[in-house]
Design a protein around this ligand. Structure first.
Ligand code: NAD
Length: 486
C-alpha cells in the first residue's frame, strides 16, 4: 500500500476514523495496485466535523471577504507550485493521463481565480427609496454547507465548490468519492498552508451512510452534489425533504450533431477527443453522434483519429473492473442488436500494466434510437452514431433524451448553428466545440435530468446558491411624524 490509510480532516487535523471498522480499498486503475484504504465514517464522525465547522463559522463569516480571499490567492499559488505532484496523484487514483490531470489542476487554478474575484461581484445594492430612507442588499453566508463529489475529477470538482463557498463565508463538510479520496487530502493540506482557519473546511470520508447523514443533519444548511442522476435524485429529494437548499448535478448523454458542411478534419479531431478524453468519463463527453445526411467522409476520419488513441499511452484507464465490464457489455449488446462496430475497444491489455482497467476508443455506427447505447450514459470512450436525414430529426433525438448537460453542432452554417442553439434541450451548447464547458466567469450547469435545483454550480450563478440575501431598510433623518413612505 503506497499511502497510509486515509483519515478524516476535522478542525484542521487529520484524525483516524474509529467509529466503524469498515474500509474500502483505493486501487489505481492504471495498474490495479492498491494505493490506500478509505474509512467509512458514521454519523458520529459527521457530528464531530459539524462541531468544528459550527465553532469556526462566527469568526469566519465575520471576516471581511477581501480578507477571506487572500487565502485563495495563496491557495492558487500553491496549486501552481504543486501542480506536477497534484497531477501525478490525480492520475494515479483516477486513471486519467498525466496531461489530462495537468489540465484538471489548471482548471482548479482558474476556479480559484474566480473565487478571488468575488469581492468585485458581491458588492450588494443600495438605493434611497424615499427621502432619507435607504434599502440595501447584502449577500450573507448560509452557515455550514456540504459538498458531495464524484470520482471522475478528484481535483477539479472539489474546487467547483470549495473556493466559492468558503470565500463567500461558509464553512464546509466535504465528502470525497470513496474511489478517489487522495487528492482531497492534498487540497486540504494546501488550504491549511494558505492560511485557512481550522474548522472552516472539514473532510468526512465514506459512502452511502455518510451521504444520508449529511442530507438528514439539521445543522447543515445547503448540500451540493455532483454524481450520477440516480444518486442526484436521491440526494435532492432527501436533502430538500429536510428543507435544505440543494443543487444536485447528475449524469449525461451528450449529443453531437454533424452536418455535411462541417470541416472534416476539425470535426473528426473534436469528436474523437470529446468521446475519449478522460477515457470518456466526463459528464461533458460526447456519447451520441447524430450524422445528418451523408457525412461518411467525416465518420471515416473519426475512425482514423480514434485509432490514433492508444490505451496506456494517450488514453487513460476507466475507474475499475466493474466499469470496464459494463462498458464492454454495452458494446457487445449493440453489436448483437445489429449496430456496426467500426473501431472496437474491447479486451484491451496494456503491456506491463495487466492489472489496469482499460477500454480502447470505440466507434459504433448504425445505432438505432431504441438501443441501450443510444439512450444510456455509458461513461467510457464510446461514441454511438445514429443516422438521420434532417436537422429536425437530429434535434428530435437530442430532445428526447432525458439528460441535458451538453449538445454540440458541427457546421459552417451560422443560421443552422443558431437554430440548433435555440432548439437543443441542454444547458451547455457547443458550435464546432466538442466539450462546451463554459470557462469562468460563466457558470456550469445542465438541464433536465442532468441537474436538480435552481442555478448553476460555478461562476456568477453559484453566488446565489452559497449565500442568502439580507435586505435592510434604514432611516436616519431626524424629522418626526414622517413615515417611511415620505
Ligand atoms: P455516483 O453517483 O456513484 O457517486 C457520487 C457520490 O455519491 C460519491 O461521493 C458517492 O460516495 C455517493 N454515493 C454513491 N451512491 C450513493 C447512494 N446510493 N446514496 C448516497 N450517496 C451515494 O457518481 P460517480 O460514479 O462517482 O461519478 C460519475 C457520475 O457523475 C456520472 O454519472 C457523471 O456523469 C456524473 N458527473 C456529473 C457531472 C455534472 O456536472 N453534471 C460532473 C461530474 C460527474
Amino acid at each position: 500500500m503506497k499511502y497510509p490509510i486515509i483519515k478524516n480532516y476535522i478542525n484542521g487535523q487529520f484524525v483516524t476514523v474509529t467509529s466503524s471498522p469498515r474500509t474500502l480499498d483505493v486501487v489505481s486503475p492504471l495498474d490495479g495496485n492498491k494505493l490506500s484504504e478509505v474509512p467509512m465514517s458514521t454519523g458520529k464522525d459527521l457530528n464531530e466535523a459539524l462541531l468544528a465547522a459550527k465553532a469556526a463559522f462566527p469568526s469566519w463569516s465575520r471576516t471581511p471577504i477581501k480578507e477571506r480571499v487572500q487565502i485563495f490567492f495563496r491557495y492558487r499559488s500553491l496549486l501552481e507550485k504543486n501542480l506536477k505532484e497534484l497531477a501525478e496523484l490525480c492520475s494515479e487514483e483516477n486513471g486519467k493521463t498525466y496531461s489530462e490531470s495537468v489540465a484538471e489542476v489548471e482548471k482548479s487554478i482558474e476556479l480559484t481565480e474566480f473565487a478571488t474575484s468575488l469581492p468585485q461581484l458581491v458588492t450588494g445594492e443600495i438605493l434611497e427609496v424615499s427621502r432619507g430612507v435607504e434599502c440595501r442588499t447584502e449577500h450573507v453566508p448560509l452557515g455550514v454547507v456540504a459538498s458531495i463529489v464524484p470520482f471522475n475529477f478528484p481535483n477539479m470538482v472539489p474546487n467547483w465548490t470549495m473556493p466559492n463557498a468558503l470565500a463567500l463565508g461558509n464553512c464546509m463538510i466535504l465528502k470525497p468519492s470513496e474511489k478517489v479520496p487522495l487528492s482531497c487530502v492534498r487540497l486540504a493540506e494546501l488550504l491549511k498552508e494558505a492560511g485557512l482557519p481550522d474548522g472552516v473546511l472539514n473532510i468526512v470520508n465514506g459512502d452511502v451512510e455518510i451521504v444520508e447523514a449529511i442530507c438528514d443533519h439539521p445543522d447543515i444548511d445547503a448540500v451540493s452534489f455532483v454524481g450520477s442522476t440516480k444518486v442526484a435524485k436521491i440526494v435532492y429529494q432527501r436533502a430538500t425533504s429536510h428543507y435544505k437548499r440543494c443543487l444536485a448535478l447528475g449524469g449525461a448523454k451528450n449529443h453531437l450533431m454533424v452536418l455535411p458542411d462541417a470541416k472534416p478534419e476539425m470535426t473528426a479531431q473534436n469528436v474523437a477527443a470529446s468521446m475519449s478524453g478522460c477515457a470518456g468519463q466526463r459528464c461533458m463527453a460526447a456519447s451520441a453522434m447524430v450524422a445528418v445526411g451523408n457525412v461518411d467522409h467525416i465518420i471515416d476520419k473519426i475512425c482514423i483519429e480514434a485509432r490514433k488513441i492508444v490505451p496506456g499511452v494517450n488514453l487513460g484507464a476507466v475507474i475499475n473492473k466493474e466499469s470496464q465490464h459494463r462498458i464492454e457489455r454495452y458494446i457487445t449488446e449493440a453489436e448483437k442488436a445489429g449496430a456496426k462496430i467500426l473501431v472496437d475497444g474491447r479486451n484491451i491489455k496494456v503491456p506491463g500494466k495487466e492489472g489496469g482497467t482499460y477500454v480502447g476508443p470505440t466507434v459504433i455506427d448504425y445505432v438505432r434510437r431504441e438501443m441501450s447505447v443510444a439512450k444510456e450514459e455509458i461513461f467510457g470512450p464510446v461514441i454511438s452514431i445514429m443516422r438521420t436525414n434532417t436537422v429536425d430529426e437530429a434535434l428530435a433525438i437530442e430532445n428526447a433524451n432525458p439528460y441535458g448537460n451538453a449538445a454540440s453542432v458541427f457546421t459552417q452554417n451560422g443560421g443552422m448553428a443558431r437554430y440548433i442553439i435555440d432548439h437543443a434541450s441542454a444547458g451547455m451548447i457547443g458550435v464546432n466545440v466538442g466539450v462546451p464547458v463554459p470557462r469562468e466567469p460563466f457558470s456550469f450547469g445542465g438541464w433536465n435530468e442532468s441537474k436538480f435545483g435552481v442555478g448553476d454550480i460555478t461562476g456568477k450563478s453559484s453566488i446565489e446558491f452559497w449565500t442568502k440575501l439580507k435586505k435592510s431598510t434604514t432611516k436616519w433623518n431626524p424629522e418626526a411624524g414622517v413615515n417611511w413612505m415620505s
